[in-house]
Each structure stands twice: as C-alpha cells, then as structure tokens.
Design a protein around this ligand. Structure first.
Ligand SMILES: [Zn+2]
Length: 311
C-alpha cells in the first residue's frame, strides 16, 4: 500500500474498522494489531545523538539522552511497533508537532509505556474528543487516555535532556492551530512538523485553523531561529537547509500575496487556478486545485487579517 497523505494514513489505521461504530477503535486494538510489523524503519544519524527515523510514514526525530529517548512525533498507529524497534532505548519524552494521525498514532503505545507526552494545548484538545474530517464527511474517534498529551503549553518552553537543551514553541496557525517546533539547540537540529513541506503539497488544515497567512508568519519565525548549519526536519521529505526553508517561505509568501489580492477582489479558488496563479511559483503541485481550495477556506476564516474593514 502506498501511503501518500494523511487521509490515506487514517484509512490505513482505521479503515478496516470503519463503520463498526460500536467497536472501541484505537483503544481496543491489541498491541499486535497496533504494530502489525515490528521491522525497524530506516534511520539516519543527524548528529552523534540525534537520529532521523523515516517512513513512519513521515519523519520522526529521536534524541538519545542517556536515560532514554526524546522523540518528536510518534508516527502512524500501524507503524508504532516499527518505530519502537528503530529506537536505541525506551521513549521517556514524546513531543507531538500537531494532532494529525500520522504524527500521533504511536502515542498510545509510548504513553502506555510511560512516556510523558508534550504538545500544544490545542493539540491536546483535538486528541481529547472525536473530531470531524470535512473532506471525507466522517468522524475520527478520540484516542485512548494514554495517547493524550499531558504536558501542554501555549507559547514556548525549554527543557534539558542529557547534555541537550531542547526548546519548543508555538507556530501560529501554520498547518493546524496547534503546530509547534522542537529545536535541539546544541545539536542544531530543528523539527518543524508539517509547517514546511519540501516534497508533498503544503497542507493547510483550515478546519483546524491552519491558513496561509499563519504559515508565512510561522516560516518567518523559523527562519529567525536557524543558521546555515541547522538541519531542518519536515514531517515529510528530505532534511532542509536554511536556504531550502527560505525558498519555500518565499514561494508561500508569493502565493499569499496573490491569493489575498484576488480574494478581496472577489475571485474564487477556481478563478485563481484558471488565471494560472499556481504556475507563478517554481514548484509542481500534485493537486493545485485542492491547495487553492484549502487556501481560500483559510482566507475566508481570517478575512479581517488582510481584507480591511468589514461591516
Ligand atoms: Zn499534518
């Protein structure tokens, strides 16, 4: 099965049980079903103590800190055991960059084994109740208690893990309304979740509060944090340099300027597509119409941020 996006992952994790509403979904899965395969995933050393895990289906970042692992994102639920098998030690601390199932599917496994789960407060809220996926007109059941973040924040924070200073903080409405970065300051590795997307179409979960203006602002915040040696890890795709991040930010800024300008003059997503807005950037989008649709949903939700006074 080729997993291409979040919705595919959701189907992979839950599809077999779809419709069986009386079944206790995620929480009722056995450890075996939760991780059908325990083959380790591919890993790559980013520094002597920070490791990249790929294919979960996205990227995870793991810091070895002497008394266990600090892990950024837990992967999709069917891969949880494989993620676990890829790590050098038990997960003591887990961060979720946002609530999506391909970043939080392993939470239950690691939570049950004693990991402390950190996330933005909004992410905890999304994981604490059933939520609706409008593009598919269906509900995703809330994960079990053990999968929910217990340590939450709204702005920034810092902790020490072994010799590493770990900084984390909010990225305003960049992809959802609860996105965060996790910065391994001493190792100079920055995990940014789905706020940068060098490979897949940048995704804006407008239903959860993500929008293009928030994404541009968040990318500016990230650029201010990094230098030319920083290894920037997106949720999917290759590790990025500062120049890569700058290029993506500039592309998103162009699209923000154009779509807001066209939005206030009464144009629809379809108009923008037909006017060739997506051909103005140096990037081939897999589904440019969906991207513009999601952009417009977010712009309407934030119209007063850019559209001037309304009455
Ligand atoms: Zn996401």
């Amino acid at each position: 099965m080729k997993i291409t996006d979040r919705r595919s992952v959701l189907k992979a994790g839950l599809g077999g049980l779809a419709g069986a509403a009386s079944l206790p979904l995620i929480g009722g899965l056995s450890a075996c079903a939760r991780g059908a395969s325990a083959e380790p995933l591919a890993t790559q050393a980013l520094t002597d103590r920070v490791m990249l895990v790929t294919g979960a289906p996205g990227n995870l970042v793991a810091l070895s800190s002497g008394d266990g692992v600090l892990l950024v994102d837990s992967g999709a639920e069917p891969m949880a055991r494989s993620v676990q098998a890829s790590l050098p030690a038990r997960v003591r601390t887990l961060f979720n960059t946002h609530y999506h199932a391909d970043q939080t599917g392993g939470n239950a496994l690691f939570g049950e084994e004693g990991a402390t789960i950190h996330a933005h407060e909004i992410t905890r809220q999304w994981l604490s109740a059933n939520y609706y996926v409008p593009a598919e007109d269906r509900w995703v059941p809330a994960p079990p208690e053990a999968a929910r973040p217990t340590e939450t924040f709204r702005q920034t924070g810092e902790m020490t893990a072994g010799d590493e200073t770990v900084e984390y903080g909010y990225l305003l409405e960049a992809h959802t309304r609860g996105d965060i970065y996790v910065f391994f300051r001493d190792s100079n590795v920055l995990a940014v979740g789905d706020v940068a997307s060098p490979q897949r179409d940048p995704s804006l979960d407008w239903y959860a509060g993500g929008w293009l203006g928030g994404r541009v602002d968040a990318m500016d915040d990230l650029l201010a944090m990094v230098n030319d040696d920083t290894k920037i890890v997106p949720a999917y795709g290759p590790v990025m340099s500062r120049a890569d991040l700058q290029a993506e930010r500039d592309m998103m800024t162009h699209l923000y300027d154009r779509t807001t300008e066209l939005c206030v003059t009464g144009h629809s997503a379809e108009d923008m597509y037909e006017m060739g807005v997506m051909d103005e950037v140096d990037r081939e989008f897999e589904d440019p119409q969906k991207f513009l649709y999601d952009v417009m949903k977010g712009l309407w939700a934030h119209y007063t941020n850019f559209g001037g006074a309304t009455v």
